[in-house]
Design a protein around this ligand. Structure first.
Ligand SMILES: [Zn+2]
Ligand SMILES: [Zn+2]
Length: 375
């Protein structure tokens, strides 16, 4: 073949004084761009890939580079002999491309370890609904978690113990297949056996070849007081089993809290509404309220207004990550009687005579002001 060869520096697009790091970077870029896997069937790309590989192979070797600098292609041919007739003369790409996802596998170097690499098991989510009161007080509860456990009969292999496995016919047990692509030998993980080198001839009777069994596992979950809707509790090591000795995943218990008929939660505070009648609002009153801390006597002050509220310190939600508790806010709702007895009517009529009439139109926004005052 008598083709004029391009200058190696020109091929890589670098200057003649480029250092090793610069060469590596330039080559990496080209190798990624023209890699046969990314350009299937593209002959021009394959040629460029080959050209870049050859240029890098020479320039990254200080002896060959010196010879090339002095004598050009002829100089390298003398030193390197016929270096490019096979994979032997090919620069080690796995080192350069290993951090690029999807490329490590193409090159033989890493694949043997890769397929046996320990993999951490998956994390598992478990949704758990608890009562509002439980979220206030905390509780300890047993849950049944479905999860995979390694099959005891086949120890995760999925094949009958004695003679369930047979050597993979595609790769003859090597776990990888080698094929010629341009001047490269490309090694790939065998797709039939997934790199294991063996395939299942007789599936394990216990797990039907899965290697794992679905089991219900009983776990005790300690839920601290103060958890909220969406709180996640992590149970370390209670997720799915790892592969090849990898660690077990975690179990995340995600809480859902049932609403309470009376109390509503905002952050660490509780809110509730207590109805009172106009007389209680005007004269003040004491009212009993059943809270999570037992019966509390509320002193409703004289002259309370609709929308007013009372604050009961430290009767709110316990803080999960910290100390103390939020507060309990009691909102007052003044209810005007809609039906009056004869006696009530007489008293209201008397009141009407003595109370100053409120017949001036309100200033716009008066309700907001009242609210601001009390909130
Ligand atoms: Zn195979
Ligand atoms: Zn099994």
């Amino acid at each position: 073949m008598n083709v004029t060869k391009r200058d190696y520096y020109e091929i890589l697009g670098v200057g003649r004084d480029c250092d090793d790091q610069g060469l590596k970077g330039a080559y990496r870029k080209l190798a990624l761009q023209y890699h046969p896997d990314r350009n299937p069937g593209n002959h021009a790309a394959e040629e460029k890939f080959k050209e870049a590989a050859e240029a890098y192979s020479v320039l990254s070797d200080s002896q060959k580079r010196a010879a090339y600098d002095r004598f050009g292609h002829q100089g390298v041919a003398n030193v390197a002999g016929n270096g490019f007739d096979g994979a032997a003369g090919f620069p080690d790409l796995s080192d350069i491309l290993s951090d690029v996802f999807g490329f490590g596998d193409v090159f033989g170097g890493g694949s043997r370890q890769r397929r046996n690499r320990a993999q951490r098991g998956d994390d598992v989510r478990y949704d758990l609904e608890i009562g509002f009161e439980d979220s206030m007080r905390g509780l300890s509860i047993d849950i049944q978690v479905p999860r995979l456990e390694e099959c005891g009969r086949c120890h995760g292999k999925g094949a009958e113990p004695e003679d369930g496995l047979t050597t993979c016919p595609t790769c003859r047990g090597r776990g990888e297949v080698i094929y010629q692509q341009a001047f490269l030998s490309v090694r790939r993980t065998c797709s039939q056996c997934g790199g294991r080198g063996q395939i299942i001839r007789r599936p394990c009777k216990e797990c039907k070849g899965e290697g794992y069994l679905k089991r219900e596992r009983k776990l005790k979950v300690n839920i601290p007081a103060g958890v909220d809707e969406g709180t996640q509790l992590r149970l370390s090591g209670e997720g799915q089993p790892g592969v090849n000795g990898g660690s077990t995943g975690d179990l995340y218990v995600v809480l859902k809290v049932k609403p309470h008929p009376i109390f509503e939660r905002h952050e660490d505070d509780l809110h509730c509404t207590v109805p009172i009648n106009p007389a209680q609002a005007a004269l003040g009153a004491t009212v009993d309220l059943l809270t999570f801390d037992g019966l509390q006597t509320l002193k409703i002050p004289e002259g309370s207004q609709p929308g007013g509220r009372l604050r009961l310190k430290n009767l709110g939600v316990p803080r999960v990550n910290g100390s103390g508790r939020g507060d309990l806010y009691v909102h007052l709702e003044v209810r005007i009687p809609s039906k009056l007895t004869r006696e009530q009517r007489r008293l209201f009529e008397e009141l009407r005579e003595v109370l100053p009439a409120e017949n001036e139109p309100s200033e716009k926004g008066i309700f907001d002001k009242v609210k601001d005052y009390f909130m």
